[in-house]
Design a binder for this molecule. Structure first.
Ligand code: SF4
Length: 165
C-alpha cells in the first residue's frame, strides 16, 4: 500500500497573498513550493484573517517577551500597537488553522517567521521597538502542541529533507 504524499499548511502571505497587517504579501519562492503547489499539496491560510481581523490592521505583538504557548494558556495577551487587545482573535485564528490542517491531514506547516501568529523561530518582544527573541507565535504554538511540525522559510531545506519528496 502506498501512502499519499504529505500535505503542508502554508502561510498565505508566503504565497504572495496581500494579507499582512500592512496590506502586503511576503512572497517566498522555492522550487519545492512550486512543486507542492502543482501537486495540490499546499493548504493555505492566514490565521489572523481567519480569526476575523481586517486588512490592513495595526501591527500586534505578544506582550512582555512572552510566547504563543503563554497566550494559549492565558498567561499573556496579544496587543496592537494602538493598545487594542486582539488575544481572542489570535486564538480563534490559531484554532481555525489547526482545524484546517487536521481536515486536510497536514502533518507539516511552513509558516512565515517573526509573526505573532505564524513565527516559529523568533518573534517580536512586545515593545514594538523591533527587538526579537526566540519564541513562537500563537498559531505555530498550537500546531506544534497538536503534533504538527512547523518550519520557518529559513528551514525549508530541513522540511524538504524531512518530507523526503
Ligand atoms: Fe502571514 Fe501568518 Fe501574518 Fe497571516 S497571520 S499575514 S499568514 S504571517
Amino acid at each position: 500500500m502506498t501512502h499519499a504524499p504529505p500535505k503542508i499548511l502554508i502561510s498565505a502571505c508566503l504565497l504572495g497573498q496581500p494579507v499582512r497587517y500592512d496590506g502586503k504579501g511576503k512572497p517566498f519562492s522555492h522550487p519545492a513550493i512550486d512543486r507542492w503547489r502543482q501537486e495540490g499539496r499546499l493548504v493555505t491560510i492566514c490565521p489572523e484573517m481567519a480569526g476575523g481581523m481586517p486588512v490592513p490592521r495595526p501591527p500586534a505583538e505578544i506582550e512582555n517577551g512572552a510566547s504563543g504557548l503563554d497566550v494559549l494558556e492565558g498567561r499573556a495577551r496579544v496587543l496592537e500597537v494602538t493598545g487594542g487587545d486582539v488575544t481572542a482573535e489570535f486564538i480563534a485564528g490559531a484554532e481555525k488553522a489547526l482545524a484546517l490542517a487536521q481536515t486536510h491531514g497536514c502533518t507539516y506547516a511552513l509558516l512565515i517567521d517573526g509573526s505573532p501568529s505564524c513565527g516559529s523561530v523568533a518573534i517580536y518582544d512586545g515593545s514594538f521597538s523591533g527587538v526579537k527573541h526566540a519564541g513562537n507565535g500563537v498559531t505555530a504554538a498550537l500546531l506544534q502542541r497538536e503534533g504538527i511540525a512547523v518550519y520557518a522559510p529559513s528551514r525549508i531545506k530541513d522540511l524538504v529533507l524531512e518530507i523526503g519528496q
